[in-house]
Design a binder for this molecule. Structure first.
Ligand code: ZN
Length: 151
């Protein structure tokens, strides 16, 4: 059975709805190796991201904050997607994910569940909501002290 475009859109919306309603890894972290703040002034999305690193691998990631459905679902999906991956892999995934949302996805890249956010490409303002958690993660990984801004 193949899914029509309409079916697919509905499925994607369900995943986003689910991750917004019950975000995964939504909690503060005790003894994180990295913490970073993110703020998207255009929409009012705000989050704090926690990362635990183990020999260059993202061993754990969690977040708290408040924002629109897209920003919350994206942060939730991101924390699931990056766990167990090296910092280099995570940075590469961010680059490709950003391309998926703004330009064109690199051919052959499997985005898994992150694919559900590809629809925001049609809404440039929403791209900032969907990438806020990733910008914040990037800052956490490079150890930048300044809050991540989507501007
Ligand atoms: Zn937002």
């Amino acid at each position: 059975m193949s899914l029509s475009r309409g079916d697919l859109r509905e499925l994607y919306q369900e995943v986003i709805f689910d991750h917004n309603r019950s975000p995964r890894n939504f909690h503060e972290m005790e003894h994180p190796d990295r913490v970073a703040e993110g703020h998207n002034p255009l929409c009012g999305d705000q989050l704090t991201l926690y990362v635990r690193l183990d020999k260059g691998v993202v061993a754990d990631a969690s977040f708290v904050g408040h924002g629109c459905a897209i920003s919350t679902a994206s942060a939730s999906l991101m924390t699931e997607a990056v766990k167990g991956h090296t910092v280099e892999e995570v940075e590469a995934l961010f680059r490709d994910f950003h391309a998926l949302l703004t330009d064109a996805a690199p051919p052959g890249r499997d985005f898994g569940k992150l694919e559900v956010l590809a629809g925001v490409k049609e809404f440039p303002v929403r791209v900032k909501c969907a990438t806020l958690a990733w910008h914040t993660l990037h800052n956490a990984l490079i150890g930048a002290g300044d809050p991540a801004k989507t501007e």
